[in-house]
Ligand binder design. Structure first.
Ligand code: 6R9
Length: 662
């Protein structure tokens, strides 16, 4: 395994191989758990019957389905296809109809400390008004709506309002640039954008609306912009196009009949980085997606609607925010916390203050955040009473055993189960994870495919590896919340996921099976980086760099980083004019700063390279392929590996010299 590409990024393999600790569930937890060990057998006996049962128990259908799975159009699956339903009705209305209208749906905590509480009845009212307002603006069933908002309740309300009228939403992370927003609006051909004047970040208002104005100025088919007033900061206004959210909702009726859609009606598009420069619009549909997000929320987090207070720290701009802030939790009638800001504003104990204040019982976050908290020190969590916590979740990247143990001991009081959940934007919902109360947890391993999910680890030749072996993670059977394609690009869908191994979904991750057959994720094997749990494509950042007039060529790699998992490291060749300028300025200082800002402008601040090294040549094979493996060696402070396939083997020597000098 050690010679395999799959071991390179992400996790510290040495650490993993020596990790032998296990944490069996306590008898008390097991006795009250939602999940049972029998579920695996039941699902294995008849997978389709298992999912049909989940679909009927957890989701309310306006018309029941008669067919469970149709995979005759593989790789596009159809689940529960002749059933009809509405996602917003399932997330909100049915709880109100069941007499739970007074239950808190959202405890909102703004970064400046302002708070708002929304009950399910209030949420229903808001979502209905927003649905009417969108209809009033000409949005019809099937039209796409772009959402570009901070983490405020309106983000959830906007998504559900779209779902209520059957208009697929395309949420664009508020940290993305105008450029990134523009390309997503164009690709999905969105007709309306929902945004805000701004949101609070790091103690001050941060504007959003200007990026929308800039994106639309580049030309789109957007007819209206609905603007939530959050910060009250001044915004430019285009009469006739821009509409105030507050006024539109006030004018709208709180009565709205949810639109019944077919199970395979598109629910949303969410863009994610692939191995090429162009982000992929991952398409999810309604019935299967809701079934699996509801099922996983209930069992992986052991959710009890009467007593739990749930908090997921993900932004709605990512898939975790879709499946485990908006859909999964609300389908289950949870009470959840929604926090707008950063974990260290006003101080590094803000998260723990929130846990104590709302008595959070289930916390779902990312390893990068856990590692940042570790670095800040345990005095911050220790200032607070965290005893309400009973389940802790991790998502987004491999969690190193050290962070796992810290999470359990310092945050979970040494007693909480930890669920390390592996899944992707494409899978829609959690796929591989321990079940609390059932699985004896191993720090650093996501362990077992959930009941009803089939995964395996294959070698280069496409054969399953034996226990102890490593290779490529694949999903071997269709699952309800699987992506139904890449928006507007069926061929790319086939090529990206279904061509590496026959009839199997290739996830792009390296993995290892231990002696018990448990799965350990080892990070991406393609040109996708994972920075703070966010996916970034090397090609996308390279394209951004070469779009700058000073840059002739660029290569980007993800280098191991103690806090963010991986960090962006770029190697650039400057154009002649820029080289002489850099020489005058010394060490390429200003050019480098300019390039970092340029990437932030083109993609967003999360894509800013940690370091940029100006080089004279890039290591290339004779066929002209950049050998990123060698650049990664340099970026991670190692001697460059095998250089024999390079067209010019002296290139690496020059680069390492430059690295040491810089
Ligand atoms: C949900 C989400 C997906 C990629 C995935 C993998 C990595 C996610 C992980 C994990 C190890 C875990 N990943 N969860 N790696 N252990 N528990 O993160 O979706 O943004 O699409 O990223 O994240 O590499 O392929 P997405």
């Amino acid at each position: 395994m050690s010679q395999n590409e799959a071991t390179q990024p992400g996790a510290d393999l040495e650490n993993l191989l020596h990790e032998t600790r296990t944490f069996p569930p306590s008898p008390e937890f097991a006795a009250q758990a939602n999940a049972t060990v029998e579920m695996y057998d039941v699902a294995a006996t008849d997978r389709e019957a298992f999912w049909a049962q989940q679909a009927r128990e957890l989701i309310t259908w306006s018309k029941d389905f008669t067919e469970v799975l149709d995979f005759s159009g593989a790789p596009v699956a159809r689940w529960f296809a002749d059933g009809t339903l509405n996602a917003a009705y399932n997330a909100v209305d049915r709880h109100v109809e069941a007499g739970l209208g007074d239950r808190v749906a959202i405890h909102f905590e703004g970064e400046p400390g302002d708070t708002r509480t929304l009950t399910y009845a209030e949420l229903k009212d808001q979502v209905s008004r927003a649905a009417n307002a969108l209809t009033e603006l000409g949005v019809a069933t099937g039209d796409r709506v772009a959402i570009y908002l901070p983490m405020i309740p309106e983000a959830v309300i906007a998504m559900l309002a779209c779902a209520r009228i059957g208009a697929p939403h395309s949420v664009v992370f508020g940290g993305f640039s105008a450029e990134a927003l523009h390309s997503r609006i164009i690709d999905a051909d969105a007709r309306v954008v929902i945004t805000a004047d701004g949101g609070y970040r790091r103690g001050k208002p941060s504007a959003l609306k200007p990026a929308v104005d800039e994106a639309l100025a580049k030309g789109t088919d957007v007819r209206h912009v609905l603007v939530v007033e959050r910060t009250g900061q001044e915004v430019a206004w285009t009469e006739g196009r821009d509409v105030r959210w507050g006024e539109a909702l006030e004018a709208a009726s709180p009565e709205h009949a949810p639109v019944d859609v077919e199970a395979e009606h598109p629910l949303f598009i969410l863009y994610t980085s692939g191995t090429t420069g162009k982000p992929k619009g991952i398409l999810h549909t309604t019935g299967g997606y809701l079934t699996q997000t509801a099922f996983t929320f209930r069992h992986v987090f052991d959710h009890k609607p009467e007593t739990d207070v749930y908090w997921c720290t993900a932004d709605i701009g990512w898939v975790t925010g879709h499946s485990y802030v908006t859909y999964g939790p609300l389908l289950n009638g949870t009470t959840q916390v929604l926090y707008e800001g950063t974990p260290d504003t006003p101080d590094k104990d803000r998260w723990w203050d929130i846990v104590e204040k709302y008595k959070v019982t289930i916390l779902y976050t990312a390893p990068t955040a856990i590692r940042a908290c570790m670095k800040w020190g345990e005095e911050y969590p220790n200032k607070h009473d965290l005893s309400s916590l009973r389940v802790l979740g991790s998502v987004g990247e491999p969690i190193n055993p050290e962070a796992w143990i810290w999470y359990r001991n310092t945050i979970g009081g040494g007693k909480t189960p930890i669920v390390d959940t592996w899944w992707q934007t494409e899978t829609g919902a959690i796929m591989i994870s321990p079940l609390p109360g059932v699985t004896a947890a191993k720090p650093g391993s996501a362990q077992v495919p959930l009941p009803g999910i089939s995964a395996d680890v294959l070698n280069e030749a496409g054969k399953p590896v034996p226990n102890g072996g490593g290779g490529y993670l694949v999903l071997t059977e269709p699952w309800p919340s699987m992506l139904r394609g890449i928006w507007g690009d069926p061929q790319r869908f086939q090529e990206t996921y279904w061509s590496r191994f026959e009839n199997m979904y290739f996830a792009g991750d390296g993995a290892k099976k231990d002696e018990d057959g448990d799965v350990w994720l080892l990070g991406r094997v393609d040109d996708v980086m994972n920075v703070s749990g966010h996916r970034l494509s090397t090609t996308e950042i390279e394209s951004a760099l070469v779009s700058h007039p000073s840059v002739a060529e660029a290569a980007v790699v993800g280098a191991k980083d103690d806090t963010t998992g991986q960090a962006v490291v770029a190697f650039v060749i400057l154009r002649a004019e820029a080289v002489s300028r850099a020489d005058e300025e010394g060490e390429g200082g200003d050019v480098v700063a300019e390039l970092r800002n340029h990437v932030a402008k083109e993609i967003g601040p999360i894509a800013k390279p940690r370091s940029i090294l100006v080089v004279a040549e890039l290591p290339k094979t004779r066929s002209g392929k950049i050998m990123r493996r060698l650049l990664r060696d340099i970026a991670e402070g190692r001697e460059a590996g095998d250089v024999t396939t390079l067209a010019d083997s002296s290139v690496m020597e020059q680069i390492s010299k430059g690295m040491k000098a810089g």
